[in-house]
Design a protein around this ligand. Structure first.
Ligand code: PLP
Length: 423
């Protein structure tokens, strides 16, 4: 057998074990409802681009300034992705090379801070991200980190508290945004605070980028010096990230990403990001973004109607954080029971959580993935019913009810197919 023949076999032929796993994962995704707010289903077009021959190419550097030859096509691809990001978000500069959201944020530290400098972000258990200075993260170990949270009564960020902390601690970098924030981020107010203390404001829009692109959340552009986003959450692209800024920050950001932090960009990811940005520009995408929020509001209302206690009392975006304390069940028990019932969520700390992070009081839900499948308000009300029944069943160890819900969900999901199945 020639070498060529051996690399030209299909996955099925080369590695049936792995092909089988992909098939099983497709079935799992098809037959369950993902309410994990950071997940989504990419289009077939995005999947094709991720799996394209761009994965073969090394391209350290930037267009026109590469360290490898053979960039005739990549040097058209990357500027296309950049141009689309600039258009979609209305920014002067974009870097599409960060491997994911965490390295994108690390590049920002490298661009603006020295080890030991002060960074301020939302604390992880209050809804921030690890990379905003949390203690187990490099960003909390190598930098001096101070954190703000939310108000105990309102469940919302208290800007006076943020301002007071910033004045006292004089951070060089301030992060706004996070991973478990059900309310709109007040970019203008954060910018005012950052200006007062001469800090650089970073808006981390990883969760809400698709909502901003779709016009249902305010944009940080013009307020934050740097905007960081993943591309795989509400934006519905491949796993990757984009850093955006005004022209005067462009070279600091670009140098930090390469050669500061990374080597060669993942060109296949860049290709898929370009596809996702093209999709996000279209009117259907704005419709999707509106429905993501409408679905979250419908789900929140239905859950509230069933006696669930939502942090901040509801949602402005795609995300709902339930405090399960009044239901006398832990987040982990609830999430694991719902997983058996074919609803995928994640257990999560709630602000001021008295329980441990590995078995916290809350559960985090989001509507982007279900919305991409075409689910709307009636399905959200049905999902709230299943969540309620599933959690009550878990409390009395009633696996029969959980199995009944699982089979009902199998039935429902068959009417909402996901892209990427066997051709
Ligand atoms: C998801 C997320 C990240 C990190 O993204 P990864 O791609 O998982 O590294 C960073 N910041 C926020 C706010 C996020 O939600």
């Amino acid at each position: 057998m020639t070498v060529i023949a051996s690399v030209d076999r299909s996955l099925d032929g080369t590695d049936p074990v792995l092909a089988g796993l992909i098939g099983e994962e497709f079935e799992r995704q098809s037959g369950t409802i993902s309410l994990i707010p950071s997940e989504n289903y990419v289009s077939r077009a995005v999947l094709e681009a991720v799996g394209s021959v761009f994965t073969n190419k090394y391209s350290e550097g930037y267009a026109g300034r590469r360290y490898y030859e053979g960039q005739q096509v990549v040097d058209r691809l990357e500027p296309l992705a950049i141009e689309r990001a600039k258009q979609l978000f209305g920014v002067e500069h974009a870097n599409v090379q960060p491997y994911s959201g965490s390295p994108a944020n690390l590049a920002i530290y490298l661009a603006y801070l020295e080890p030991g400098d002060t960074v301020m972000g939302m604390s992880l258990p209050m809804g921030g991200h690890l990379t905003h200075g949390w203690n187990v993260s490099l960003t909390g170990k190598w930098f001096r980190s101070v954190s703000y949270g939310v108000n105990r009564d309102t469940g919302r960020v208290e800007l006076d508290e943020v301002r007071a902390l910033a004045r006292r601690e004089r951070p060089k970098l301030i992060f706004c945004g996070g991973t478990a924030i059900p309310r709109a981020i007040e970019f203008a107010a954060f910018a005012e605070i950052a200006r007062e203390v001469d800090a650089i404001l970073v808006a981390d829009i990883a969760h809400i980028a698709g909502l901003i692109a779709g016009g249902v959340h305010a944009s940080p552009v013009g307020h934050a010096e740097v905007v960081s986003t993943t591309t795989h959450k509400t934006l519905r692209g491949p796993r990757g990230a984009i850093l955006m800024c005004a022209a005067d920050h462009a070279s600091a950001i670009d140098r930090a990403v390469f050669p500061g932090l990374q080597g060669g960009p993942h060109n296949n990811t860049t290709a898929a990001i370009a596809v996702a940005l093209e999709e996000a520009r279209r009117p259907e995408f704005a419709g999707y973004a509106r429905q993501v929020v409408a679905n979250a509001k419908a789900l929140a209302a239905a859950l509230t109607g069933r006696g669930f206690d939502l942090v901040s009392g509801g949602t402005d975006n795609h995300l709902i954080l339930i405090d399960l304390t009044n239901k006398q069940v832990s987040g982990k028990i609830a999430a694991k029971a719902l997983d058996r019932a074919r609803i995928t969520t994640n257990y999560n700390t709630v602000p001021f959580d008295p329980r441990k992070p590995f078995d916290p009081s809350g559960m985090r839900l989001g509507t982007p993935a279900a919305t991409t499948r075409g689910m709307t308000e009636p399905e959200m009300r049905q999902i709230a019913r299943w969540i309620d029944e599933g959690i009550e069943a878990a409390k009395r160890q009633d696996e029969t009810t959980i199995e009944r819900i699982a089979s009902e969900i199998r039935e429902l999901t068959s009417g909402f197919p996901i892209p990427g199945g066997p051709a």
